[in-house]
Ligand binder design. Structure first.
Ligand code: ADP
Ligand code: ZN
Length: 598
């Protein structure tokens, strides 16, 4: 096999080059055919101000945007009718620069223009699709080529790629003081590998960090290596998995061989669930389980006085094979949690803003309270992004609006996905009314809103309303009921507007259910039961009765929410329309809009 490919390699490359060149020519030709007229930004502004523009199509990650001009058909249509219209001719289209980072959406609103966020016009999309179809066979050839070269000797673990020197210190890690205390013993052990023998205490060989991505697992492991001043050996477990049987196991053995040569040292295995997942009887001979076995053998094969500690990281500890967690392996488990409250998020902001000029209008307390659920990695990105945005504006300090803009980018990163945007018109409308429902319910019930958005968020929900995190830990029964109503507000609004409901509310329903369960079972808020923690009395309870309680409560809260929104639906309408144009609104502007229309 190998010699065959060697022999014909020249032909192969020539063939691929010809293919690529043809493709590029074809694509350019077709693209040229369908490209709208390119006009200057001034021309665009003139079109806008003279009311000639129908719809603007843009995507924040593209340099150019396209727009349609009103034609004979569309000039008398309403905004909504125009969204449905699809008989544009080539002459109706124009193209100009996309003015990134300017408030250009505000202008669009003034002139009654539709806005669609997406990357491609249908025509170029078609061209790209066909190009992709042509590229696929080429890709396969290429993939085969690389695979063969790997199988025939490539892909060995390279020592110098694995070993890093870490300069990270514990002071670089924010909000994990307890964890740092817990792992201090590793630092001591690295400095004096015999320590375990001396004290007679049983020292673990492996520590498992579990927690969401971006919470600082890697950072902590590096900090341990940095504090102890020992080499940091990084390996991502997914790179153990190869198509060729035996290669994963071989890599594990090589990894430990390298570690022995450089001890004392820290081995960090990221995403360890990739090899350490539960074995099933079906795949007990598979590649995965061979790799896992190799890992177990290696861990059993050294003793702690050698000065090697293996740190594994995962965000799904439940999925790990029990064998990995047994004594002498990863038998110390440490949770690495996201910031536990806004104070930690504030510390993270302060940490990353330390050496950056910040304007006095930035209120870190307010920001940190808004961003519940943000990890250390998220906050670091927000800070970096806002510094970039400030630089792009040629401003010397980071202002609050730079940070706001950066937050939007980080929350919604990578979610302006192309496939989703083609269905944008109807979906977006539903999402807008759904989110407006949450926001209006919050407003009417006196709960502060941090922001609302209809751009898909990473949570997979269509959009999002972020409620301000409250300082108080004590909630009254009214607070509970109001929180549940806000969660129901999205679904209720959909029902009022469209008469049907979508699956978009499933996460809301889960959250509301949790609250209802706590309300009845934990906090003794329910009058019928009295001040009892039902969990304590569980075995005396009739589950049917509790279930009935839950569902009665849910139904009555939902109908109260429906009533509240029905009576104030003009507010939902106004806000939903605004969201369709602006996509994201801050808490302050929501308040302003609602106050004005009340
Ligand atoms: P994980 O390994 O848990 O996915 P990382 O350690 O790779 O997360 O975090 C990515 C980056 O985010 C880090 O390099 C660091 O810059 C930042 N970060 C995350 N958590 C923290 C934290 N607690 N303190 C300081 N920085 C953090
Ligand atoms: Zn919702």
């Amino acid at each position: 096999m190998k010699s065959f490919f060697k022999k014909y390699k020249g032909y192969f490359i020539a063939f691929m080059i010809v293919l690529i060149v043809t493709l590029i020519c074809v694509e350019n030709y077709v693209a040229e055919e369908t490209k709208p007229e390119y006009v200057s930004y001034e021309q665009y502004q003139e079109d806008l101000k003279s009311g000639k523009i129908d719809t603007v199509y843009y995507s924040a990650d593209e340099e150019y945007m396209r727009y349609t001009l009103l034609n004979e058909d569309t000039k008398d249509m309403t905004l909504e009718e125009r969204l449905e219209y699809d008989k544009y001719e080539k002459d109706d289209w124009r193209m100009t620069m996309y003015p990134a980072y300017e408030d250009f959406r505000k202008d669009l609103m003034e002139y009654d223009v539709n806005v669609v966020v997406r990357s491609f016009t249908p025509n170029t999309l078609a061209v790209l699709m066909s190009a992709v179809m042509l590229v696929i066979p080429f890709y396969f050839v290429f993939a085969m080529f690389t695979l063969i070269s790997k199988a025939t000797g490539g892909g060995a673990v390279k020592e110098e790629d694995l070993i890093q020197k870490s300069n990270v210190k514990f002071t670089d890690v924010v909000g994990h003081d307890e964890v740092i205390e817990d792992v201090q013993f590793i630092v001591n052990l690295m400095k004096n590998p015999k320590l375990g023998e001396v004290t007679g205490a049983r020292v673990p060989k492996g520590v498992l960090f579990s927690g969401e991505p971006g919470t600082g697992k890697t950072l902590l492991a590096k900090a341990i290596a940095g504090e102890a001043d020992v080499p940091f050996i990084y390996m991502n477990a997914s790179s153990f998995i190869e198509m060729y049987v035996g290669l994963g196991a071989k890599r594990v053995r090589e990894l430990f061989k390298i570690a022995r040569k450089h001890k004392p040292c820290i081995i960090f295995i990221d995403e360890i669930d990739a090899v350490g997942g539960k074995r099933t009887s079906r795949d007990s001979h598979s590649e995965n389980s061979q790799t896992l076995n190799a890992l177990l053998q290696e861990m059993d094969g050294f003793n702690t006085s050698e000065g090697i500690i293996v740190i594994g990281a995962t965000n799904m500890p439940d999925k790990l094979d029990k064998a990995l967690l047994r004594a002498g392996r990863f038998d110390r488990k440490i949770m690495i949690n996201p910031p536990k409250d806004w104070r930690v998020r504030k510390q993270l902001f302060e940490h990353y803003l330390k050496d950056k000029p910040v304007s006095s209008d930035v209120d870190l307390d307010v920001l940190s309270k808004q961003l519940s659920g943000f990890t250390g990695a998220d906050i670091e990105s927000v800070v970096n992004e806002s510094a970039l945005i400030a630089a792009m504006h040629n401003e010397e300090v980071i202002t609050n609006s730079h940070i706001e803009e950066a937050i939007d980018k980080v929350v919604f990163k990578g979610n302006r996905s192309k496939e989703k945007e083609t269905e944008v018109n109807t979906d977006k409308k539903i999402v807008a009314y759904h989110e407006a429902g949450h926001a209006v319910a919050s407003y009417l019930l006196g709960i502060d809103i941090a922001r609302a958005s209809i751009i898909s968020s990473t949570s997979g929900v269509g959009g999002a309303v972020f409620n301000q995190e409250s300082d108080s830990q004590f909630l009254t029964n009214m607070d509970f009921r109001n929180k549940i109503k806000v969660l129901y507000g999205g679904r209720a609004s959909e029902e009022i507007k469209f008469g049907t409901v979508t699956t978009g509310a499933s996460n809301d329903i889960t959250q509301a259910t949790n609250l209802i369960q706590k309300y009845v079972q934990r906090y003794g808020f329910d009058d019928d039961f009295g001040l009892l923690d039902i969990n304590v009395l569980e075995r005396y309870m009739d589950t049917d009765k509790i279930m009935t309680k839950f569902s009665t409560m849910s139904k009555s809260l939902y109908s109260e929410t429906m009533k509240l929104l029905q009576e104030n639906y003009n507010l939902v309408e106004v806000l939903a329309q605004k969201l369709l144009v602006m996509e994201t609104l801050t808490g302050d502007s929501i308040k302003e809009i609602l106050e004005m229309n009340k």
